[in-house]
Design a protein around this ligand. Structure first.
Ligand SMILES: Nc1ncnc2c1ncn2[C@@H]1O[C@H](COP(=O)(O)OP(=O)(O)O)[C@@H](O)[C@H]1O
Ligand SMILES: O=c1ccn([C@@H]2O[C@H](COP(=O)(O)OP(=O)(O)O)[C@@H](O)[C@H]2O)c(=O)[nH]1
Ligand SMILES: [Mg+2]
Length: 171
């Protein structure tokens, strides 16, 4: 894990599917020297490695479901340590309360704040259907499922950080 004593800064960037998390992170990183870690991108990398775990992740993502917390938290920790940086923008995580609890147990670094990218569902849907990244979860059926997961599982995490006074909302 991280050497103790070293101050590590973490900011979570949360928003619905297609809200512009990756787009905004790229802008912030180029101005402020953060390392951008997209949870979804880390999982897509893992899918490329032709392992049993990769296949399981691929199937869950195709259905718009969340992968087990332990897997994504371990991938995040590995990427954080490998970067050598001390400032991280973590994009698309945590997506449910279990993700948040696993992060608190394993990585333990309280986020400085949580950036919520707020965007209407129609606009998110329009953007996803036009982004042409060849993602097999960017189809209407999976998109519907991803919106449900966002409403049911991610909103409670957002409310948690709002209660803690750590939420910063951008439109
Ligand atoms: N502010 C914006 N206005 C218009 N289009 C945007 C904006 N932000 C992002 N997009 C486009 O919307 C799509 C989804 O953005 P992306 O950053 O991939 O979202 P997320 O990472 O939240 O899924 C991309 O094609 C991106 O170019
Ligand atoms: O912490 C995470 C982040 C992503 N995902 C999975 O990866 C997919 C794509 O996430 P990403 O953030 O890349 O895309 P978005 O849906 O925000 O456009 C999600 O639907 C989930 O299946 C996950 O299970 N846990
Ligand atoms: Mg993204």
């Amino acid at each position: 894990s991280f050497p103790s004593g070293k101050k590590i800064t973490v900011v979570f960037v949360i928003g619905g599917p297609g809200s512009g998390k990756g787009t905004q992170c790229a802008k912030i990183v180029s101005h402020f020297g953060f390392t951008h870690l997209s949870a979804g991108d880390l999982l897509r990398e893992e899918v490329k490695s032709d392992t049993e775990q990769g296949t399981m992740i691929k199937n869950l993502m195709h259905e718009g479901k969340l992968v087990p917390s332990e897997i994504i938290v371990r991938l995040l920790l590995k990427a954080m340590l490998a970067s050598g940086n001390d400032k991280f923008l973590i994009d698309g995580f945590p997506r449910n309360e279990e993700n948040r609890e696993a992060y608190e147990k394993i990585i333990k670094i309280e986020p400085e704040f949580v950036l919520l990218i707020d965007c209407s569902r129609e606009e998110m849907e329009r953007r996803i259907l036009h982004r042409n990244q060849g993602r097999d979860d960017d189809n209407m059926e999976t998109i519907r499922r991803r919106f449900e997961v966002f409403q049911q599982s991610t909103l409670p995490v957002i409310q948690h950080y709002e209660k803690m006074g750590k939420l910063r909302r951008v439109l």
